[in-house]
Ligand binder design. Sequence first.
Ligand code: CDP
Ligand code: MG
Length: 459
Amino acid sequence: MQIKLQAMQTTFEDLNLSNQLRNAIEDLGFVKPTPIQAESFSVVRSGKDVVGIAQTGTGKTFAYMMPILRDLKYSTQQHPKILVLVPTRELVLQVVEEIEKLAKYITLRVVGVYGGTNINTQKRAIAQGTDVIVATPGRLYDLALSKALNLKNIQKLVIDEVDVMLDLGFRFQLLNIFDILPERRQNIMFSATMTDDVDALITDFFKTPEKVSIAVSGTPLDNISQQSFDVPNFFTKVNLLNHMLKDKETYKKVLVFVGFKRTADLLFNSIDESFAEEICLIHSNKTQNYRIRSIRQFDEGKNRILVATDVMARGLDFNGVSHVINFDTPKFPENYMHRIGRTGRAEQEGQSILFSTPNEQEHKAGLEELMNYKIPKIDLPAEIEISEQLTEDERPREDRERSKNRTGLEYVPGPAFHEKSEKNSKTNQGGSYRREIAKKYKKPKTRGDKNYNKRNKKK
Ligand code: CDP
Ligand code: MG
């Protein structure tokens, strides 16, 4: 496949790294640069604006950090020269850690800042002097406005996970930050998907950035094996999931995805009590501490099962996830790509399992078409009990009207706050849907066509 072929062609020797970087990479045990790392290196070094697009889990953090550190001169000056913006607090911590690993033999000061924690501690860290600052947009802006952080020396702005950033509604905050940054700077953007929102941000604010895109989202990594089950309804899916989770040997570390936080809560409460000790949950209504604890417990293997919404788990690099279970079928294929990319990272083997109700068949067809791959279907095991119980959403309309005033356990559908943009939820599922998806992903005409990237470099 494309990814592996390209990876074979370039070595770290070809990249003209400094000795310090080469040694750090050797310590990490990396054998070859990933395609996005190989292709971005000289483009980032050229100083031009860059947009890098590559599948999740393909090493985008180092794709921008290697060339940046290659050219960053030792300095004792107070104010940072590099600003890296990421969408979530969890990612600030993760990116800081990655930079520290890469800078093992370089004298480099890195500070991570994010909201929801004491700002004074962060002000003190910044006052010590810093070269690289990694931040979520809101807290960065607050620190700049309060004059604790001076951005006048920023030479390079990295916006990582641009697609997630825009999905979470950070566009306005990004524009505010652009306003207070020096005009002469290099803009470096990385994203797993090229969505309409990403495209709009680029056309509105950046002059013809160089595009480096590898295996356009839609090409699954070939070390992730995929399976699917057709299941009549929500509670039968619960029965199937419970059945699977009983096999602890096979299902060692399981990430279960659902689209909405209300569904996440309903599922969390419906999973067999026998798993109570092994399961944790994250979604945006949970407190920061709760989220961090869930992530840590899952990552360290204290909890075998994590139930998560799409937004919360994007971009996170968990250790050795054995299975991603798509409890629902995402309406937008990009969500499926982000989900399954949590397993099979860094060339390990991974398994993805998709559950689809009759109503979700259309979404499934859409993502199979995008991947140009039919997900193998497994028959529902005979011992799975078919549930008669329906969620509020699954019941016929008149029935729903009648029970409008009933409260209790019912599942009430509806878009959750900022987990899906309004634009997405309004999309009509008719014939135009496929065309829209095709447009959104700007699919290459030929898969594995290396010149595709070259042809499309100039926007
Ligand atoms: O940002 P993206 O989702 O593309 O991936 P990442 O968060 O940068 O994670 C890539 C994973 O691959 C990390 O665990 C890296 O340590 C590892 N890796 C890499 O980045 N580069 C290599 N050449 C080999 C492994
Ligand atoms: Mg990333």
